[in-house]
Design a binder for this molecule. Structure first.
Ligand code: MG
Length: 171
């Protein structure tokens, strides 16, 4: 309205949303760690860290929600201190950043995209570990898995992909 007084300072958002996406190549001679869970398989994800694409996607969703850049900016793959790092530890650190800015995770919904191995039995464990890192209850974390019907990089077994969305709530 033309006659309304201007609002000089918009209110702090009550909710913030973020998305994350990650891909790691599957190679021999590496462990397969997804959502912090080590999964028995003949291949694992290549990466400077443990290559946990799911945890990276969740971490990027938190950073995105806070407009704090991305995981590569916070934990560069050129830094020796992050070589082989357990990515759940990085997620915990990002969650502290989020909390220090006055927000907490309301919920996470993530999808793992891979053809093999079958990961259904490991999904509850991933939810437990992610929830622990985020200091929330397990019913606030959802991890699903899908194949791509044999198509493309994930379908041909060349890579694992993951995507995640997170909602943050002001505390
Ligand atoms: Mg990654």
């Amino acid at each position: 309205m033309l006659n309304s007084p201007p609002n000089p300072k918009p209110p702090t958002p009550h909710l913030r949303i973020g998305t994350g996406y990650d891909v790691h190549r599957l190679v021999e001679g590496r462990d397969l760690i997804l959502g912090g869970v080590k999964i028995p398989f003949e291949k694992g994800t290549l990466g400077h860290s443990d290559g946990d694409a799911l945890t990276h996607a969740v971490t990027d969703a938190l950073l995105g929600a806070m407009a704090l850049g991305d995981i590569g900016q916070h934990f560069p793959d050129t830094a020796a201190e992050f070589k082989g790092v357990y990515s759940i530890d990085l997620l915990e650190r990002v969650n502290v950043l989020v909390q220090n800015r006055g927000y907490s995770v309301s919920n996470i919904d993530a999808t793992l995209i891979l053809q093999r191995p079958k990961v259904m039995e490991y999904l509850p464990g991933m939810c437990q570990i992610l929830a622990g890192a985020l200091a929330v209850t397990v019913d606030q974390v959802s991890v699903k898995a899908t194949t791509t019907e044999g198509l493309g990089m994930t379908g041909q077994g060349d890579a694992v992909a993951a995507q995640a969305v997170c909602l943050l709530i002001r505390i």
